[in-house]
Design a protein around this ligand. Structure first.
Ligand code: DC
Length: 237
């Protein structure tokens, strides 16, 4: 496959909307690299937590920005195609999904210099195309020229229910109400921050998956990919 056969697929949306599952499954099916950009914000947050630079109520933005040169984020891929996030070489996939990180990540993701550093890394990862990246600003800020853009949503209740199941399955002790409150709080911070707030790109396709099965979702996405790639190839020749 030559590089002009490959496209960039940007999947943005609300927290716990299922966009990571969507992006990962599509990437596996079409042989693209999958990047969860939220994992990068979570890794910076874990780093900041370990240095005592953030709590759910306070954030030392200057000190976090100063700590960035000492921080390296990489990904390794498991045989099933899922991603393991590495923070300075240490696998931290489990740690970055903890409630402690979830409670602080929106504060860290609102820091302009953190966003600039991560956006640069994300663009470098997409240089060769053939990538599915999910996040909040992928179609608006990171890859405004992405050939296929989706904006995913599901009701706050549905998203909290999914997240609650995920967390309790991992053994976290938490109530559904706490999870719902965290989902709502993150929605609010993500939508109202001044740096790259969560917005649907005008040319993104709106996808509400509250009531769609995974199989049906996979089929719709694959169709969209095929339509986009044939249009892209027609334009290239
Ligand atoms: O998708 P997630 O819940 O793992 O994302 C974690 C946080 O990172 C979320 O609160 C918003 C932020 N984020 C962002 O600001 N920009 C992105 N491209 C991805 C995530």
């Amino acid at each position: 496959m030559s590089s002009h056969d490959k496209i960039i697929i940007a999947i943005d949306g609300y927290s716990s909307s299922g966009k990571s599952t969507m992006a990962r499954r599509l990437a596996a099916k079409i042989g693209y690299r999958y990047i969860d950009s939220g994992a990068m914000y979570r890794a910076v947050t874990l780093h900041a937590l370990r240095l005592g630079l953030v709590t759910p109520a306070t954030v030392d933005s200057d000190a976090i920005v100063k700590s960035l040169p000492g921080l390296r984020i990489d990904f390794s891929i498991r045989p099933d195609g899922s991603q393991i996030t590495l923070l300075n070489g240490e696998p931290v996939e489990k740690e970055i999904r903890s409630l402690q990180v979830s409670e602080c990540v929106s504060l860290v993701a609102a820091i302009a210099a953190v966003r600039r550093a991560l956006v640069d890394m994300q663009r470098a990862l997409g240089r060769e195309k053939g990538i599915v990246m999910d996040g909040r600003d992928i179609g608006t800020a990171v890859f405004p020229d992405a050939e296929l853009k989706l904006f995913v949503n599901a009701s706050a209740d549905k998203r909290a229910e999914r997240r609650y199941k995920e967390l309790t399955a991992k053994g976290e002790t938490i109530s559904y109400e706490e999870v719902l409150a965290n989902v709502r709080k993150r929605d609010h911070i993500d939508e109202t921050r001044s740096e790259s707030p969560l917005r649907k790109a005008p040319d993104a396709i709106l996808f509400d998956n509250s009531e769609i099965s995974l199989d049906r979702q996979d089929a719709i996405l694959f169709d969209l990919y095929q339509t986009t790639i044939s249009r892209h190839n027609e334009a290239a020749y």
